[in-house]
Ligand binder design. Structure first.
Ligand code: HPA
Length: 283
């Protein structure tokens, strides 16, 4: 039988605080003692980058109400409570995307969980297409700023004081010192990340336009979480693995599978970067 709701895509549906708090309660009842200092959201291809972190416990996303299943390839879909040199960390192994059509709630929920558990810092990782000369596949780019071309904003809707200011300042969404820590941990470059809603890759004409706008790399994520985390007062770091030349800049057609393959090739450096970043910032 056809279900009407399967066809009701509400990509810009406003954040649902009740749904987010249900998720927080569920995790708190299972892990009442957890005190993460840092949250890491692992983007496409990053799932295997947490080797070296001691896993204390883990929770499939299916057990966290309203988070749903991470639907994109390379996203395992579990929350891991881990530790590195005594620093407690929540690692979201798999992210939800706007293009999955379930609104902003599942996209920003990991950030809300971090905030409610008292974490003060979040590291957002992703895969991207390189636009700036020199940002070849395999480059690790610390995100210095972003351009939001998602077509919407997670803070649109009725204002809720627990989400911070109605008009949050965006002058320094990505923390300067954390960016330096990413460079010290092995990031090759820093640059501006532009987010589109996806799920299509871009056209060559769009990439030429994005380059003119000042974008260094392009992807389909990260910006919602960065906007929300910054509004909530968390310190934000962003690290992108450039996995392909953006459309029209290389010889090959783009595919999700190739993105994951390049990320796997860069995996040893991604692992080192996560370990060293965490060690440098918290020890
Ligand atoms: N465009 C958008 N998202 C991406 C890309 C890209 O070229 N590569 C990896 N994620």
């Amino acid at each position: 039988m056809l279900r009407a709701d399967l066809f009701t895509i509400k990509p810009m549906q406003a954040i649902n605080l009740v749904a987010m708090n249900e998720a927080v309660s569920a995790v708190k009842s299972l892990w009442p003692q957890a005190k993460p200092k840092l949250g890491i959201i692992l983007g496409s291809g990053w799932g295997g980058a947490i080797e070296g972190f001691a896993v204390k416990e883990s929770l499939p996303y299916g057990k966290i109400p309203n988070l749903g299943k991470a639907g994109a390839p390379g996203h395992a879909g579990q929350l891991i409570h881990a530790e590195l040199n005594g620093t407690e960390i929540f690692i979201f192994q798999g992210r939800r995307h706007l293009y999955e059509g379930e609104g902003w709630t599942p996209v920003v929920l990991p950030v809300w969980i971090l905030k409610q558990f008292g974490a003060q810092t979040v590291l957002l990782t992703n895969a991207s297409g390189g636009i700036r000369d020199g940002l070849r596949p395999g480059t690790l780019m610390a995100i210095e700023d972003h351009i939001n071309l998602l077509g919407g904003n997670p803070l649109a809707g009725l204002h809720n004081a627990s989400f911070g200011d109605r008009f949050p300042d965006q002058t320094a969404v990505y923390d300067h010192d954390l960016r330096q820590a990413l460079i010290a941990a092995g990031a090759d470059a820093s640059g501006v990340y532009l987010a589109t809603s996806g799920p299509t890759f871009e056209t060559p004409a769009e990439i030429r336009a994005f380059r003119a706008l000042g974008a260094d790399a392009v992807g389909m994520s990260t910006v919602p979480e960065a906007i929300f985390a910054n509004a909530l007062g968390l310190k934000v770091a962003g690290l992108s693995c450039v996995c392909n030349w953006a459309a029209g800049l290389g010889d090959e057609k783009l595919s999700g599978a190739d993105v994951i393959r390049t990320a796997n090739e860069a995996m040893p450096r991604m692992r080192t970067a996560l370990r060293q970043f965490t060690g440098n910032v918290f020890n």
